[in-house]
Design a protein around this ligand. Sequence first.
Ligand code: ADP
Length: 226
Amino acid sequence: SEEMLLHSEKLSVVGQLAAGLAHEIRNPLTAIKGFLQLAARQPEYTAKYIDIMCTEVDRISGITNELLAVAKPQLAEFRPVTLGSIAHRVCELLKSEALMQGITLELSLNDEGAQVLCETDRIHQVLVNLLKNAMDAVADGGQVEVATWVADGLVYLRVTDTGIGMDVETLKRVGEPFYTTKSRGTGLGVMVCQRIIQSHGGCIAWDSRIGEGTSVTLHLPQHIDE
Ligand code: ADP
């Protein structure tokens, strides 16, 4: 039946996640153990080893934080909000980081007060993830733009960057758990975004050209207050 299909689909995603998670956490744990053993033998280098171990611990907590966002059972509270207001807040949050990296962060909000039913914190997290990816992709002097608009009962949000873009392989694999091309990436950001947008009844689409940039477009159903 349809229900059984859905169930086995869920299990395979869980299996995929578990295998990836075990791998991603075992590596930093192995490193930490190695440095602890070294520190016991060479107390004069302890300070240096502690620095490295802290980075590895941060990596594990980064992974667990992102996973909690999709795994934590919680009472969903959907409220009517505008995507523009969330986009505005996230841009304020990331403005100084963009400035320090020489990136122009621009807002072009045209959702005209159209509301969507949102778990605000979750959508906030989606925008942070998408904007951080965009900022990672552009070099000094690059541009990142967030645009919103309304059409045919849907509210759209698009993050466009003038960054490195993605090759066909990456474009195909983006959103696969633990798929990353970054040396310190978790490969969980996009998967988390997709989950959240799906749980809001929306969709995410990717468009990218290597060397030119990427645009990520999401849409959510417009909420009509009766
Ligand atoms: P992470 O950022 O930790 O690598 P994500 O799931 O957020 O994990 O992204 C997965 C991969 O998708 C990235 O490593 C990168 O290769 C690619 N990607 C995502 N967004 C962009 C973007 N705006 N420009 C270029 N590549 C991107």
